[in-house]
Design a protein around this ligand. Structure first.
Ligand code: PEP
Length: 271
């Protein structure tokens, strides 16, 4: 599938931000900043903290935006204090979740193995996992970016492959997250640092991820796979990133908390 056929996806990661009282005003301002064409041409997703999900869903449903969790457990229920399962999220109507964000890998001991288990669980529960991968600064400096990212992608996609083909999945809300899996390339050194990867650096890793995905799950899957870039994306650099053939959207942290900035980023791809 050509890049033109992959609908752009702009996903905001609110991290541990956004009080309940801020949610409705955020969406009023965000929706006012979007034009009608962008609403048609771009999928927009908000990854909210668990306790803010219901209010975010209420604000998003009427406006046509999708909502994701920021994490999910791989078991359906049981003695896992502090965790939330996929069935609990789907009970609420949540159809997507971030998995393996670098902050979870760094601060909460998330591993390739847990990321793979969570991804398979999300898919089995008809959720779209947005699986985050990316190298540390030392790894980039030592020239091991492709090895590290390749290993992360391989771990998760091999687990998915072993669970049966994604094409058996039915389409689900928001309708165009076609294959039930999104990968976000987020170089760890670029997250929250103001130091974005260059368009060339990002494109070469995205092309590599698509190649690895094709080797594991076939070229049809790889051609449809949406690969987002994350790491200090902002209204000033998003257009250059999204113009790259293998960059299908953005996973946006800091700028997604500013409704005007994030709306401007969602308009860019359709321009
Ligand atoms: C993120 O949290 O996934 C992220 C990319 O953050 P930021 O845009 O702030 O770098």
């Amino acid at each position: 599938m050509s890049a033109a056929k992959r609908k752009k996806l702009l996903a905001g990661n609110w991290k541990m931000n956004m009080r309940l009282a801020e949610i409705e005003p955020f969406f009023t301002a965000f929706a006012a900043g979007l034009d009608a064409a962008s609403r048609q041409q771009v999928d927009v997703l908000f990854a909210a903290p668990f306790t803010q999900i219901q209010a975010t869903l209420a604000a998003c449903r009427a406006r046509g935006f999708a909502v994701a969790a920021q994490n999910v457990h791989f078991e359906a229920s049981g003695a896992f204090t502090g965790e939330v399962s996929a069935v609990m999220l789907t009970d609420l109507g949540v159809r997507s979740t971030l998995i393996g964000h670098s902050e979870r890998r760094q601060y909460f001991a998330e591993t390739d193995e847990s990321v793979a288990k969570k991804t398979v669980t999300a898919i089995k529960n008809a959720m779209t996992p947005v699986v985050c991968v990316g190298e540390l600064l030392e790894e980039r400096k030592s020239g091991s970016t492709f090895e590290v990212v390749g290993h992360q992608v391989e771990a998760v996609l091999t687990a998915v492959k072993n669970q049966g083909p994604l094409k058996d999945r039915e389409a689900f809300y928001p309708g165009d997250l076609t294959d039930g899996l999104v990968i976000a390339y987020e170089p760890v050194w670029a997250i929250g640092t103001g130091l974005s990867a260059t368009t060339e650096q990002a494109q070469e890793v995205h092309a590599f991820i698509r190649k690895v995905a094709g080797e594991i799950l076939g070229n049809d899957f790889a051609g449809k796979l949406r690969i987002l870039y994350g790491g200090s994306a902002n209204p000033g650099n998003i257009a250059g990133l999204l113009a790259q053939p293998d960059i299908d959207g953005g996973l946006v942290g800091g700028a997604s908390l500013k409704p005007g900035d994030f709306a401007a980023m969602c308009i860019t791809p359709s321009a």
